[in-house]
Design a binder for this molecule. Structure first.
Ligand code: ATP
Length: 319
């Protein structure tokens, strides 16, 4: 993959990042460019290097090679001026058990904001933002998993950072908190923040991210919008049909259609994969009808990001 293009609006720019843990190459010449005001998705299976990349960018981890710039300036462990402009919501909930919800948010905000009055306002806004107003006096142990995640988010965003990293914030979260979290991330973007969002949930990434980088084994496999990624693969359409008896000859005729990539039948289900074409369904139905095949339900689906991952990396996104 070519080096990330520098653009004046890039908020994060990473070039050739290499991180090794002994023999294991966790990041293998990773390039990354995140534009101001976007939600940028890092999509990859467990162990693909997403957390390592974030920790290197934040200088929480040393790395072997590579250049990292934030807001157009070189990032280094001592650049507290840059760090103050960044918010982090780590994968594991990391809060103080002995402090209340409100005291926790205040403690994190105090790392960046000295003025007490200003801080009181920011803390109130962050608690409101994640919908924890009724729990402000609770200690974290009393919160459900989803509410604890929301507290984690409030702690990461209270100081109004321009750039926010969310590392898998919806893992093991109930649907209501998940919707609240995704909605909150979009609102942060709408208010002007730039967001880097890591996940192995393709649906979430597709739902909220403008551009997406697919990563695997520490490498950037492909990047673009979800539509651009889907156009990078040969698969354009998946057709499924409930069928009665189907002869090997009919299957062969389906395989012979000009845009069909594969045709297989098992347990009364016919599955076709096709290149993008306007006539896949009518062509397939033509063959099936001519052969007198009894049909039940028939449906067609566009590729998913899992299909993109499968074709580019040779395995499922979630294994
Ligand atoms: N401290 C460590 N020592 C040795 N290997 C590590 C360490 N931390 C991470 N790794 C390895 O580096 C690779 C990348 O891990 P990383 O946690 O960055 O992936 P990830 O995409 O964030 O996945 P996950 O969602 O599971 O955290 C994995 O193979 C992991 O086992």
């Amino acid at each position: 993959m070519s080096h990330a293009q520098a653009a004046p609006t890039d908020v994060v720019r990473v070039i050739g990042l290499v991180k090794r843990y002994r023999e294991l190459v966790a990041l293998d010449h990773l390039d990354l460019a995140v534009r101001r005001g976007e939600i940028f998705g890092l999509l990859g299976p467990n162990g693909s290097g997403k957390t390592t990349a974030i920790n290197c960018i934040l200088q929480l981890l040393s790395y072997d090679r590579g250049t990292i710039e934030l807001f157009g300036e070189p990032m280094a462990p001592g650049r507290y001026d840059l760090k103050a402009r960044v918010g982090v919501v780590p994968q594991q909930v990391a809060v103080f058990d002995e402090l209340t919800v409100r005291e926790n948010v205040d403690a994190f905000c105090a790392l960046y904001v000295r003025d007490r009055r200003r801080r009181r306002q920011l803390v109130d806004e962050a608690i409101d933002f994640v919908g924890l107003g009724d729990y402000a006096r609770f200690r974290p142990a009393k919160l459900s998993g989803g509410l604890a995640r929301r507290l984690n988010i409030a702690c990461g965003i209270a100081h109004r950072p321009e750039l926010i990293f969310f590392d898998e914030p919806t893992v093991a979260v109930d649907p209501q908190s998940r919707a609240n979290i995704l909605d909150g991330i979009c609102r942060l973007r709408d208010e002007g923040a730039t967001v880097v969002y890591t996940s192995h949930y393709m649906e979430e990434v597709e739902q909220i991210c403008g551009r997406i980088m697919i990563c695997d084994r520490g490498r950037a496999v492909a990047q673009g919008t979800a539509d651009e990624l889907k156009r990078m693969i040969s698969l354009g359409e998946k057709i499924t049909a409930e069928v009665g008896e189907l002869s090997e000859g009919t299957l062969e005729r389906l395989r012979g259609l000009s845009h069909v990539l594969s045709a297989d039948c098992a347990d009364g289900m016919l599955r076709l994969t096709c290149e993008a074409s306007a006539h896949n369904l009518t062509d397939a139905l033509g063959v099936l009808t001519a052969a007198g095949v009894r049909l039940g339900r028939v449906w067609s689906e566009p590729p998913t990001l899992n299909d993109v991952f499968l074709e580019l990396c040779g395995r499922e996104l979630r294994d």
